[in-house]
Every structure is written in C-alpha cells, then in structure tokens.
Design a protein around this ligand. Structure first.
Ligand code: BTN
Length: 245
C-alpha cells in the first residue's frame, strides 16, 4: 500500500500540522519533521524534539472504519516492531496504553488525536509517534521521567532516514491488516505485547487519584482492567500506570 510521505524541516508539532491540514491531507499521509518547536505528549506534557536526532511522525487516518483506540495501537505496535527489527538484541516492550519501553525506561510514545466535523462525524485521526533514536544521555536526563534512546542503549548512531523508511513500511502493513481483517487481530497482538498484564501497579486517574491493584485484563476498546487491593474491578480508558517493583 502506497503511503504519501511529507518531510518537514521544522514545525511546531507534526500532530498539530496534521490536524490543522486534515481536510487537505489524503488518507494514510505520513508527516515527518526534523524538529518540533512545540512537540506534545499525552496529558498535556511537552515532547522534547531537538533537530535531527529522533523520529517525530504523524500518520493521518481518514478511513471511518478505524476506531481511535485501534489507531493508537497501530502507533505503539509499529514503533515496537520497527525498534525490534532495527535492534534485534534489545528487549522492547509495550506499556499500557501505547508507550514503548526498553528495560525500565521509555523510548517511544504515541499521542492519538481526532477532529470531528460540525455534525459530529469523525473528520480524521492523527497518530503521533515519537521515538528516541540518537538522543544523548545528558539531554534525556532533563526529562522528568526515566527515558532512553537507541544510542544510549547501543552506543551506535541510527540512520534516521533508514529508520523512517522502516517505520513507514510497518505502518503501511498494519494499516492494510486492520483495513482488510478488522481490529480483532490487532487487539490480540496489542494485548499480548502489553507486559503489564498480571502485574501489580499504581494507577493514576485523570483526576490525580491513585489506585493500587493488579492488571487483570485489557478490554477490546483499549481499556485497562484493574483488580484493586480492596477487591473491586475497575476499568479505565485513560490514566497513568507505574509498575510496583
Ligand atoms: C507520549 O506522551 O508518550 C506521547 C508522545 C508523542 C510524541 C509525538 S512526536 C510526533 C507527534 N507530534 C507531537 O507533537 N507529538 C507526537
């Protein structure tokens, strides 16, 4: 499946660019940028985006059969697959909802956003993917959470264009699978890769409340299902997870 690729020199955020240009951009457009001046993460955080060291990408889905949660799985799974293929000897894993981790440090994140038309129908979904490739340790240390990059883990520089081509190939394949076979196959893969299953975690709700419990399942629309320490079952579509060592 042919993916139209746009490569920008500098932009505030590839997600903002894609959302602002949604009506003009074709379905499956993939926007890369060398740098972002206002890169955005989940929960209103900033995504550090210096020039020429990492992947900053946004994939546009205008196909109405794609639910937003499934689009987000595409982001997490393609980042995971591309990292695994590029560095097969490192252990990468998915942390709910769609963060990619290497050991106990975050290496990639996904920000999925959508716009609706005035009638309420979805106009399109934008899957933002940030992958730390060549970021140096002193820069990573300025991030308020444990983060890493391929360079820090291997001591080797990644060719950004080569990695972008690999990611494009993975996105194209995933898009075709979801388009042709539906979301179920994807749900199974996404669930299998989520290493929090069965683990004791601390969960921060959107209102800041904290809940301790065991991850008992992941639902078909991307929700996390927790058995809290007081024996109750809870289900959340958003929030923040931390493993209890
Ligand atoms: C997260 O908080 O884990 C999500 C990070 C998503 C970052 C990417 S970089 C490309 C795209 N543009 C943005 O502004 N954010 C996403």
């Amino acid at each position: 499946m042919k993916i139209p690729v746009i490569w920008l020199d500098e932009v505030d955020s590839t997600n903002t660019y894609a959302l602002d240009n949604l009506s003009k951009l074709p379905d499956k457009a993939l926007i890369f940028a060398d740098s972002q001046t206002a890169g955005r993460g989940r929960r209103g955080r900033t995504w550090l985006s210096p020039r020429g060291v990492n992947i900053y990408a946004s994939f546009v889905v205008k196909n109405p059969s794609f639910p937003v949660y499934c689009a987000a799985w595409i982001g997490g799974l393609t980042a995971l697959e591309a990292l695994r293929e590029y560095v097969p000897f490192l252990d990468f894993w998915l942390k709910w909802p769609n963060d990619v981790y290497c050991r106990n440090r975050k290496i990639a994140g996904v920000l999925c956003e959508s716009r609706t038309c005035s009638g309420g129908n979805p106009k399109g979904i934008v899957i933002g993917i940030g992958i730390n490739l060549n970021m140096a340790k002193d820069v990573l240390d300025t991030i308020d959470r444990p983060a890493t990059s391929v360079f820090v883990e291997t001591g080797r520089q990644v060719d950004l264009k080569e990695f972008a081509a690999l990611l494009t190939k993975k996105i194209s394949r995933c898009y075709s699978i979801v388009h042709l076979s539906g979301t179920e196959r994807f749900y199974k893969r996404w669930k299998k890769e989520n290493r929090l299953l069965g683990k004791d975690i601390e969960f921060m709700l959107d209102n800041g409340d904290i809940l301790n419990g065991k991850v008992s399942d992941f639902g078909h629309s991307g929700e996390i299902i927790l058995l809290s320490d007081n024996g109750r079952i809870h289900s959340f579509h958003s929030g923040e997870t931390s493993l209890i060592p």
